[in-house]
Design a protein around this ligand. Sequence first.
Ligand SMILES: *Cc1c(COP(=O)(O)O)cnc(C)c1O
Length: 304
Amino acid sequence: MKFNAKPVITQAVSLPFKSSVKLALKREDMLHEFVSGNKYRKLKYNLIKAKAQGAKTLLTFGGAYSNHIAAVAMAGHIYGFKTVGVIRGEELHDKVEKNTTLRFAKTNGMQFKFVSRTDYRNKTSDAFLSALEKTYDAFYLIPEGGTNALAVKGCEEILTDADSNYDFVCCAVGTGGTISGLINGALPKQQILGFPALKGSFLHEDISKFAKQSNWQLVEDYHFGGYAKLNAELIHFINTFKSQHGISLDPVYTGKMMFGIYDLIQKGYFPNGAKILAVHTGGLQGIAGMNSVLKNKNLPLIQV
Ligand SMILES: *Cc1c(COP(=O)(O)O)cnc(C)c1O
């Protein structure tokens, strides 16, 4: 199986305020033309295993604007798997054409099963899974958000020798797979800071299952109220960042992380002269969906 990953560049980010710290951004969003950022890393070894097992179908779970759903659909299309997406929210079944993420996934061949929020909550139960097994051909199961041991292995490839000079490595956290890979790939002297995109104390435990070092910490002050929650201040930050650096950030993950990093720098969290590497994990496909929500609420839109 051939993976056509593009080389990833690291860019210096000039700060709009006075500080002795140095910030750089690792552009994992540029990794692949269609399967962006950490979702590519997380799928890589899972797809290799699925192929080796002779699986013809990938089945996974996600919400209406999920980057993971978009990535699995596209990866299936490129690498020759059928794909099934179990989608949270029965009401979405007749809204596929209006939803940019679901429309994209469908165009790439994904078949959907829309389920209620209750069923979705129980999606890892034996009863739910055995019902799926009766409905669909044998499938390779990829968990929600794509996190499992093979996903962590893929994310261990994000940091390279060229990154050994950084004192801090920062990333956004959803299910914790990406940060686990960064922790395992980092040098013991480096500090890994995760910025959860959601509220929830379960993340510490989830990350501990995979992390082989203890040089990490979660900064839990920048979730903006929870998963996919945002306000005008965050939108303004993302749009200003875009106009100053020409780099798009997504409102669910990387925008919150970068907002948090700027805020921590200004509050003096980092030691003088610290070198910080932020990982741009991608997720830009989700902006269009968020903008349709913002438009309905009469809030300012995110510039792309
Ligand atoms: C999914 C996603 C994350 C979260 O990754 P986890 O491995 O689930 O913690 C971060 N950033 C972006 C852009 C994502 O799409």
